[in-house]
Design a protein around this ligand. Structure first.
Ligand code: GLN
Length: 487
């Protein structure tokens, strides 16, 4: 099997044993990217010289007998809303087309300190707003399983890079599903950590009370490795939680005896594709045969999650994106006659349609006269959603259900219908509103060969349980070992 099809969980031991050097491995992934990324479109920026220089440094440090770090010279692709000093960080927006940050995000620092080699910047929906990566101002990313279909979003480039075997691991961000949904649609593992588990210092803010950074990998072990490297307290993000990080890898393969898997009635409502339902029910059967008990639970507020999210997220986005004013940094119009004109034209020229739609929605929800009816009400609904989860987690250890109501849809299929696009996040959004942890793992394929994802959710800071439960399923089923044709 070619090196690039192997999961991080096999590549890291090979690097440690010296069976492959970081340079050889990075070269293999760079070759794969030059051959196939012109079609897949996962990367916005990939500097082969910088990758190879970092790989050589990792090899030299190993030759000197220094500790290799958990990632031992493994390449890690980075979503292009995470800053890396001196490297373009565009958020797939014309607004930041020429932006090179003067500092590096905490998670990227941790990847480097953990022996990882930053491997290019991946495509996304502009400012992480979207579910298909079609809102990128720069390019289309294709699903490695079917090039006529979207990879999901907003971290579509990071998901396609791993699924298409152009990188063994990648980082994404998840505000309402942007790691789990593309992981599901691309047939890989994607984890959204609990709010506060991972520092967002250097993540370009979208909705600050929801945003989290997390890993993509072919398998649960790979996701656990990358989480281990990036998790932990950081003073530079005031929401980062000061709690010790458990050793996820040491417990990962210990099955959970007496695991209680909660299934909410609401997960199987209208809009759920029958093939997705079948694969998810198959996953529940797999848990039963592993000795887990299935507990039926209710999440009665879940029908309100999408509306709540699109008020909270847009309100916060309208405030966060106010910084792009054409004065400080980012795009500045060439044709200004006065200051107001400078603001309006700079923003008007550089933001795409979806970003503008959200700024307008959010500004409206926060405006005096409407704030109580919309924003404040959404905060109350958010509280009820959290209380629903608290009740449910008294009855079960993890919740299981679909990640996305459908498999990957066709390019262009939903781009003119924002509402149907918003509905593709129906199962992922409440996890962010409640600040809990969620993961998507492969659980089957449709008849036409498109991957289906199982979402597991666990209480805040219970990543260890989440990962162990995910690993149990993976070991028993083996869906994660498939790769798309041509990858
Ligand atoms: N698809 C959702 C949205 O458009 C979630 C995006 C995200 O998690 N960044 O807002």
């Amino acid at each position: 099997m070619s090196l690039t099809r192997l999961p991080a969980s096999e590549l890291v031991p090979m690097l440690r044993r010296g069976e492959v050097s970081s340079r050889q491995l990075c070269r293999a992934f760079l070759d794969a990217a030059s051959a196939r990324d012109p079609v897949l479109g996962a990367f916005l920026h990939l500097d082969a010289d910088a990758v190879l220089a970092a790989a050589d440094a990792a090899d030299a440090s190993r030759a000197r007998g220094e500790a290799a770090g958990l990632l031992a010279g493994l390449p890690v692709a980075i979503k292009d809303n995470l800053c890396q000093r001196g490297v373009p960080t565009t958020c797939a927006s014309r607004m930041l087309a020429n932006f090179k940050p003067p500092y590096t995000a905490h998670v990227v620092e941790r990847v480097i300190a953990g022996g990882g080699v930053p491997f290019g910047k991946t495509n996304l929906d502009e400012f992480a707003m979207g579910s298909s990566t079609e809102n990128s101002a720069f390019k289309t990313t294709r699903n490695p399983w079917d090039h006529e279909r979207i990879p999901g979003g907003s971290s579509g480039g990071s998901a396609a890079a791993v699924a298409g075997c152009l990188a063994p691991l990648s980082l994404g961000s998840d505000t309402g599903g942007s790691i789990r949904q593309p992981a599901s649609l691309c047939g890989i593992v994607g984890l959204k950590p609990s709010y506060g588990r991972v520092s967002r210092y250097g993540l370009v803010a979208f909705a600050s009370s929801l945003d989290q950074v997390g890993p993509f990998a072919h398998d649960v072990t790979g996701a656990a490795m990358l989480l281990q490297v990036v998790a932990g307290h950081d003073r530079r993000d005031s929401t980062s939680v000061d709690l010790p990080v458990p050793d996820y890898l040491s417990t990962l393969d210990q099955p959970l005896a007496g695991l209680r898997v909660g299934v909410a009635r609401e997960f199987f409502g209208p809009g759920l594709d029958p093939e997705v339902e079948k694969a998810v029910r198959g996953a529940l059967d797999a848990y039963k045969s592993l000795g887990a008990s299935i507990v039926e639970v209710g999440l009665p507020t879940s029908p309100h999650a999408v509306a709540t999210y699109y008020l909270v997220a847009t309100a916060e986005a309208s405030s966060n994106l106010a910084r792009y004013d054409g004065v400080h940094y980012g795009h500045r119009t060439a044709e200004k006659t006065n200051l107001i004109d400078l603001y309006c034209k700079s923003r008007g020229e550089a933001f795409g349609a979806e970003v503008k739609r959200r700024i307008m929605l959010g500004t409206y929800a926060l405006s005096s006269g409407y704030i109580d009816a919309y924003y404040t009400k959404a905060l109350k609904a958010r509280r009820l959603i959290l209380e629903d989860f608290n009740k449910v987690f008294a009855q079960c250890d993890v919740l299981a259900g679909p990640t996305s109501p459908t498999a990957a849809f066709k390019l262009g299929e939903k781009s003119s219908d924002p509402l149907s696009m918003y509905l593709s996040d129906i199962y992922t959004i409440s996890c962010n509103l409640a600040g809990i942890a969620g993961i998507s793992i492969p659980c089957g394929f449709t008849a036409s060969g498109l991957p289906v994802g199982l979402q597991l959710q666990a209480p805040a800071m219970a990543e260890e349980t989440l990962l162990r439960a995910a690993r149990m399923h993976e070991k028993a089923t083996g869906w994660h070992t498939r790769r798309p044709a041509g990858a």
